[in-house]
Every structure is written in C-alpha cells, then in structure tokens.
Design a protein around this ligand. Sequence first.
Ligand code: ADP
Ligand code: MG
Length: 849
Amino acid sequence: MSTPIRLQYLELKQRFPETILFFRLGDFYETFDEDAKLVARELQITLTSKPMGKDLRVPLAGVPYHSIDGHVAKLVARGHRVAICEQMADPAEVKGLVPREVVRVVTAGTVTSEASLDAGAPNYLAAFVVRKNEPAAALADITTGDVRLVKGREAALELLRSAPSELLVEDNDGLPPGLTANLVTRPAMSDFAAETELSRQFGEHAIEALVDGPAEAAALAQVLAYLRETYPASLGALQRVRALGAAGVLAIDQRTLRNLDVLPEPGRQSLLGVLDTSRTAMGTRLLRQWLTHPLRDRDELEARYDAVGWSMVHPIEREQCQAVLRGMSDIGRLTGKVGARSANPRDLTGLRAGLRLTLDLGAQLGRTETPVMLGKAVATLAGAAEPLLALDASLDDDPPASFDEGGVIRTGLSPEIDSLRALTRDARGFLLGLERLERERTGIRSLKVGHNKVFGYYIEVSTSNAGAVPAHYQRRQTLVGAERYVTEELKEHESRLVGARDRLVELEKLAFAQLVETLAGSLAGLQSVAEAVALIDVALALGESASERGYVRPVVGAPRLRVAGGRHPVVEAALGPGRFVPNDCVLDDECQVLLLTGPNMSGKSTFLRQVALIALMAQAGSFVPAAEAELPLFDRIFTRIGAQDDLAAGQSTFMVEMVETAQILHQATPESLVILDEVGRGTSTFDGMAIARSVVEFLHNRKEVAARTLFATHYHELTSLADVLPRLRNAHVAVREQGSEVVFEHRIVPGPSDRSYGIHVARLAGLPGAVVSRAEHLLTEFEAGRPGQATVGGTNGHSQLQPSLFGGPSAVDEALMALDLDGMTPIEAIQKLYELRALAKTSQPGARP
Ligand code: ADP
Ligand code: MG
C-alpha cells in the first residue's frame, strides 16, 4: 500500500516520461526511484530512501528549494529534461493532500536561469520541418523573445550557423549533417493544427503577415506547441517574428565558422574575442549575430561602416558612451522576463536602471551629428521613456529583493497599500513601545520584547526575575538563564500586525503584477530599445577595435578581390603588434584559383584563413585587417581543412573530407569563396593528389561552380596545373636561408615553390654531399621525363594519375561526379574508390596492368 503522496507522485511521473521529476515537498525538491539514482550520480548528492507506504521504501535524492536553479542547470547541460513540480497551495491551509502540478519542464532550449545561460550568446529552441519538399526552420530565444523564420535551402544553413541548443523534428528527413543540437522528435503537425496554434499566439489575421507557406507555419507552430507543453508562460515573451531573407545573407556553416575560429571555443582565441570590446552582453550577442550572419546587402553594409567609421574618429564621444554602456543591465533578457511574467522586484529594478542609462546614452549621442544608423538607434532609445515612467510610478526607489516584508511598491501609488503600511509600522512601533510599558508595570528592568520566526513576538525575562512576573504572563519557552512569555495584549497586536502585513504583501504583489502587465504591453518597444542599445554598443566596439588594431574600411561590391597588406586578425592579436607579416591577395578574372605551395609551418593555412576572415568581416560590417581591401559580396564562404588539421571524431577522416568536398562542389557558385587547405591529405598520396587535382579542375572548368578559390597543398606536382588551367596562378611561401637554418618569413610570393627545396633542406641538415648531388641528379631526370610537366604520358610514375585536361571530363571524372557521396557509407565509399582506380587504370593511355 502506497501513501497518497506516493500515488500523487506516480501519477505526475507517468505524464512526463524521459524526464527527471523534481517533486516539491516543503523546503525540498525531491526525486524518487530511478530519477533519484540518476540525480544522485549526476549531482554528487546523497542517495537515501524514504518510507512511502507499508513495507515500502523508495530511493530518494533531493535538493533544498533555493538551490534548485544550479542543479537544474547542471542536469540540462548534460542533456537531461527536468520537470519542476510545485505545491499549488500553502500546506498550512490545506487539509489532507497538498495539490501539486508540474509548472515547467526545463530543457536545453527552454532554460532561462542565469546558471544555464551564456550572457553573450543566444539560446535557441528550433524546429525543422519539411512540407511538400520545402524545408523550413523556426528559431526562438525565449530569454529575449527573438523569433526567426527561414525556409528553403537557407533553413538548414540557418540551423548550422545559429547552433540551436534543442531542435524539434518530425522525422530526420533533410536534416543537415554536422548538427549538434539535442534532437526531440515530435508528432507531425497538420496544416490545420499549425494554423490554430499560430492564431492562438499571434491572433487570427497575423498568420498571413508572419509566415510564408505551410512549412514555415508548421515549424513555428511546432515551437509554440512545445513551449505550451514545457513552459507556457514563456509564450508571453514571443511577440515579433522575423523572416530571414535568404538573399541578404552570406551563407556560412558551422564548420566554416569553426575552421575560421569565428566564435569562442574553450582554449582557442576567436575573431569574436578579438573584435568584441562591446560593454554589454546585448552587444556581444549582436556582434555574434553579425559575424554568423554576414550580409550581401551593400547599402546595409555601408551604413554599418559609416557607424563604425564614426566611432573610429570620435574617440572621446565613444568613451563617454561606453562609460554609460558599461553600467547597463541586460535590458534584452530582463524584457524577456517581463514577457514571460517571471520578473521579480530585483529584475525590474535592474530594468529601470538600464532604461534610465538608455536615456543618458541617447542624450549623449544625440548631442553630436551621427551617421544614419546611429541616428535611428538614438531615436529608438526614446522608447525607454514611457516604461520608465511606469516603473518610477509604481516601484519603490530601493525595493527589497523579495515581497516578504513589503516595501516593493512606491508610497503614493495606492491609498490602501499606504494605510496598511502605516498600520504595520504602528503595530511594530507599539510592540517595541510595549517594552518600556511592561518594565514600568512589572518593575523588571531587564525585561525585553523580542521577535523570532517560530514564536513571533515575546517578552523575555531573566530566570532570576521570573518570580516577579505577573500572573497573566503565559510562558512559551525556557532558555538558559531566561524565560519567554506572551500576553493577550501582545498576541492581539501581533495578529493585527501579521494580518496587515499579509494583506500588504498581497496588495503589493498585485500592484507589481499590474506593473509587469503594463510593461508587457510595450514589450515590442522595449525589445527595440534593447536592440538599439546593442547596435550602438557594437558599432562603438568595432570602431574601437578598428582604431586599436589598424583596420581599414573595405570597398565592397567590387568585381574582384584585392587585399593589400592583409593580416589574420586572430593570429595577429596573439602575436602582438608588429609581429605579423602582412600579405597581398588578388582573385580576379585572370586568377580565379590561387594555388599556394610551401613547406609545413610556413604560413599557408594562415594566409587562406586570413583572406576568408577578411571577406567575412567585411560582410559582417566590420573594418578589416589590411592596408587596403576591395571585395565582391560573396554568396557563400566554404572552407575545407585537410584531415590532419581537423581530426573530426567518429567518422573516418577521409570520408569527412570527401563528404565536405562533395558539398562544396555541389553548392559553390561563381560568387562563392572557396578555401581548400590540403584537401586529399586524408588518404594515400596518389589518391589524394588525384582527388585534389580533379577538384581544382572542376572548380576551374565548370562555369556554374567557378568560385574564387584558394588552394593550399603540399603536392608540389599540382603547380604544373598553371600551364593548362588559364585562370589558375601559383604562389608560394618564401623561405630564407640563414646560416644553417631555414627561416620562414611568412611572405607569399608569386610562382610555384622551388622544387629543390627538400634537397636544399637535406643539405642543410648535413646529409653526405654524395647523397645530395645524386638526389639533385635524379630530380632533373624526373623533371626532364615530364616535358611540359602536365602532359599525359607513360614516362613517369605519376602518369596514370593525370586525368585528361582538355576536351571535357574523362570517364573517371564522370564517375566521380556522379557519386552520391552524402548518401554513402564509408565502406561503400572505399569500394567506389577501388572501382574508380580500376577505371582510371584502364581508361588512361599508358595504362599498366
Ligand atoms: P602551414 O599551413 O604552412 O603549415 P600555418 O599557416 O599553420 O602554416 O602557420 C604556422 C605558424 O606560422 C602559425 O601558427 C603562425 O604562428 C605563423 N605564421 C603564419 N603566417 C604568419 C604571418 N603572416 N606572420 C607571422 N607569423 C605567421
Ligand atoms: Mg596548414
């Protein structure tokens, strides 16, 4: 036989499968059974047991109610779902079983406690659905109320670059590989159900304006439905929905962001880290947004450059504004709490202080002439005035953190609150005044009136005087050396005091809720204010880093890429001023593909990444680390970093290489920038070289994928491609000899690298002279055996690897391009590779058995 509480628990528990249930019991949140074992293990807390019926003891692990946030944060971070069950009535006022409900399920995408959140990053809950072959994604950050919608090809890309912490799917169709979110499978939603969900949240007529097509509707509806189940109050924070237009954004995926070290990762420096001198978390989040969503809209970019440029040449104004920003609270997240009706007095105090500073910021910036973008932001800041008035009218100047003692609401707002407050003050005053009175009445000079939580007000008399106590004193507690008493008079006043105080707290809570409601009424306005602050913060920060680090305003929308004196922003920052060697880069009609060769550690990867980073920074609206920069507006940036530099866990590295290379070849356009670093390294030399070569040829020869390409390779043989591919140029990293050492100057110069470099190093290393000269001799022989270097023939060991270069693709090319690499298992891929090699052997002139 189980106790009623046990039955209540089991009933709730079975409604939340695969979820840890924290069950409120007095001052603790308890977990039972398997949950308890799990929680004890994960949180390192004691596992005990509790009798819950005749002959029934169940495992139990609990945490005190006030420390729940941190524990939940830990569990959610490890991928668990946590349901919070509260007591829905005061146990003191209920006869029998206290009613209990699960008020919230906390998951990776719905956490809101500071313990779980990174102040400088958004936390997205996302849904991805496909309708009639069209994919769509919805992303919601309930901490700020930010909602985004995107469909088509961009949907998957958006998931990759925004990295949601939790992703709702109906099935796994069309999901992009390489996604790291917690996946939650949800029942498919009908069009009708989706529409109902949307009108419930946004009103009947909002739908047409908000969503574009059934896929977007379903994606957004999935998010809303999930929130309704897990954290219904959070729906209040979601007001506006933004459509992410695909045309305006440069596509960049998570892997490229990682390859380029755009965002911070443990133990690595990042572009965000270098650029981010913003003073608020709102600024950091917006800068992250800019860096992960670079633009293609030239006007918008010019507007950003204007703002950044202004900040650069107005250091004094910048510092004044930043001084204001530094003290500003996170208006964005506090506004989110207002929307979810979860703001407490401390939150609103913070919001008020932030809004007040917002007006200061507006006044500060409004004093000078600023570029359009800043001017608009300043105008938006004025939206803080009205909510500020509401806050000032209702909230006390310095309210306590909790409601317990009253004093949250400003005197003068409500006559009833004021008189109750006077009453409690009087009653308290009376009780304290009673001390003097009772001393006189009893003649006991050491008599004291005191108060504690358990007994309330009491009269304390030392034991030696206990005999002199009047008869109407009722003894309550005996201490060492003292007795405590109450009297009817004392009890009466106390109950008046307690009654007044309870009513006061109740009324204050009500007035506070009204204030939150009023603020929620201008939620969109508050969100705009937060965004304007973030924008000003970011523009100032980018101007600050640009002037500190010597960045220049790029010219965008140019037909070619020309960077003079370019630097890698992150490596430069790590090396310190003046230590980084700048390099030029030109990609234009003459040079579509730049093939970079050079020894290990000479600076090839750095150069490739720096060009990509300069393009990304320019399209994010930042100035760039260069003396001069002129760039096209790229539609995508692809990076493929060879296997040895990027040991992806799990999959075979060669497979990863090929999958990613396939994606590039499928998706690149003439407007893309492709960075290929040591592609083909993940396999044997000959295979690798063959693949590297055909990839370059493909990008060079196919009009529809003719992306501007930077290719670094240690396959020196590939330099001969310049003879046959008209738009390919060679470059190499200069190497200097200093005494018996080779010095890398990190200087990129035109032309292929010196073939005899290896032999040169061998001599420096002290190999016997005879060996070195024999090697030199052999080298000339090899090279003489390959007239024109790129001609196909059977005179050297590499011949069978030279696919035909003219007259269209060979049989191997055709077969290679026809492969569905994304759909293959590693085993199938290896199998195919053997077939390809066999095909190459038979289809080449000079083929050998
Ligand atoms: P590779 O790809 O040729 O092996 P990397 O690009 O990885 O070489 O560079 C190796 C190291 O050389 C980098 O970690 C960096 O410290 C340094 N380096 C590269 N390029 C430069 C440069 N332009 N100026 C100064 N140091 C550089
Ligand atoms: Mg490298």
